[in-house]
Design a protein around this ligand. Structure first.
Ligand code: ADP
Length: 476
């Protein structure tokens, strides 16, 4: 179902499409296949709702957002099941994602109360300068399937708190989670038109958003390819953009690191969500004198990962999102082995009746990876960790930076001087130092280089939804 102007509606075309469970291939539900005219109606609704919503006090907007967050929390069990069925991650990860989404809403509900303007010293005794912060207007939010609730929350929380209205386009594989988010806001009594949901035909919905002069901002999380296309098109109506795109995260392990913790860190950062996050580790660099020892420790810890249907108890790795994702993973592993990598763990699809109709791949470790392998430059988005050797700190930082991406990087060391040198040298937006999971609502998330523009989270994340207005006043 689409949600436009406070009502649940079918697509104008009357068409639907199937939402499938990647663990079983089974149909979960048919849902509306929205297109351009549906998105246009949603934009009109958002535009009409803007004036009243932006004029509410920050406290009033807080009450709606906070209430929706509480409703989401109260529905964590059913929401987690929906997430797991739609995109495969284990239930515990889904529940964690629901909590994170609620935290984004809580945090920005509060932050909306702190949107301060300025008074500025004037150039003349009879003049006064004031700077107002105002909502940018209607926002188009396009989100991916890998965090089907948190990515929506991370965009709508600051947008709503700032006084913007929003048209959301979730990924086509995860509309049911998005519908649940909108239900929570509906049940919180959100005024009609403030949030709208359209899914079905990405190209058509994207066209409506990009062509409309009323959409003043596009916030996108997804592939670098689509992000670049949208960024180019945003120029036509000079929309403000935030782009959170692909990554190719390096994970550096220095000889002085706690190797047990580093191995746990690699597992947490590489294998959560079956390797399908934009901040997942893609390249593990290990200082040469400890590389064999580290590989042994890591290999041993891999036995705690259990592949299966995310709805089942004890599962830590669910299926990948679709067949293409498995194909890419297989291709990266085969290419690496052909070019000399040594397979330490995994390296195949799991066998057994329960895996037959799902998109499963075993968590995999490859040693002796080299930079001529596809896995060294392309984002795998699957559960494969390639281990590279390095000799010196300078070499490690140079290798880590040798990519077009710049989203997240991780390193493990206990040398405080090195912590500063390496942090300053890494060309990345997010750095986890002895920390594989840095994402929280109050910190800025986002990348440099081809990983995107803008930041989401914290006091920085609300900036993208605000404009400055300069008032120059001459006294009588
Ligand atoms: P992924 O490979 O992770 O699916 P995409 O960039 O294809 O990444 O998808 C991220 C989001 O962008 C999804 O919501 C998808 O439907 C949407 N999308 C894809 N193509 C377009 C487009 N041409 N216009 C607008 N949105 C699009």
């Amino acid at each position: 179902m689409l949600y436009i102007n406070g009502e649940w509606v079918e697509a104008n075309s009357g068409e639907t499409y199937p939402v499938l469970n990647p663990a079983t291939g089974e149909l979960i539900k048919e849902t509306a296949k929205g297109g351009k005219s549906d998105a246009e109606a949603a934009i009109v609704a958002a535009k009409e709702a803007l004036s009243a919503w932006s004029k509410l006090t920050a406290k009033d907007r807080y009450l709606y957002i906070k209430k929706a967050a509480d409703i989401l929390r109260s529905r964590v069990e059913s929401l987690s099941r929906t997430i797991t069925m739609e995109m495969g991650k284990p239930l515990a990860e889904s529940a964690g994602e629901v909590q994170l989404a609620a935290e984004y809403l809580d945090w920005y509900a509060e932050e909306g109360k702190r949107i301060y303007g300025d008074t500025v010293p004037a150039s003349s005794p009879t003049k006064r300068i004031l700077v107002l912060r105002q909502p940018i207007g209607v926002v188009g939010a396009i989100t991916p399937w890998n965090f089907p609730i948190a990515m929506i929350a991370r965009k709508i929380a600051p947008a709503l708190a700032a006084g913007c209205t929003v048209v959301i386009k979730p990924a086509e594989s995860t509309p049911l989670t998005a519908i649940e988010v909108l239900k929570a806001f509906h049940d919180a009594g959100l005024p009609k038109g403030v949030l709208n949901l359209v899914h079905g035909m990405p190209q058509e919905i994207g066209d409506a958003m990009m062509e409309s002069p009323d959409v003043r901002k596009i916030t996108f999380t997804g592939s670098t390819k689509v992000g670049k296309e949208l960024a180019k098109r945003a120029a036509d109506t000079m929309k403000k953009i935030s782009m959170e795109l692909g990554g190719h995260a390096p994970f550096l392990i220095f000889e002085d690191a706690d190797l047990e913790k580093a191995a746990d860190g690699v597992i947490a950062s590489k294998f959560r969500n079956a390797g399908q996050t934009c901040v997942c580790t893609n390249r593990v660099y290990v200082q040469k004198n400890i590389s064999e020892q580290f590989a042994d420790i890591l290999t041993e810890k891999m036995s705690k990962l259990v592949v299966g249907n995310g709805l089942d108890t004890g599962i830590t790795i669910g299926p990948l999102i679709n067949e293409n994702a498995v194909k890419k993973t297989v291709e990266h592993v085969e290419d690496s082995i052909q070019k000399g990598a040594k397979l330490l763990v995994g390296g195949k699809k799991p066998e057994g009746e329960q895996f037959k109709n799902g998109y499963f791949y075993e968590p995999t470790i490859l040693a002796h990876a080299t930079h001529d392998m596809k896995i060294a430059t392309e984002e795998t988005f699957g559960p494969v960790a390639p281990l590279f050797d390095f000799e010196t700190e300078e070499e490690a930082v140079a290798l880590a930076n040798n990519t077009v991406y710049g989203l997240a990087a991780y390193f493990y060391t206990n040398d405080v001087s090195r912590i500063f040198r390496v942090s300053e040298g890494l060309e990345y937006g997010i750095i986890g130092i002895n920390d594989p999971l840095p994402t929280v609502a109050q910190a800025p998330f986002g990348g440099v280089k081809e990983s995107g523009v803008g930041r989401e989270g914290g006091k920085y994340g609300i900036e993208d939804y605000l404009e400055y207005k300069y008032l120059s006043l001459e006294l009588n």
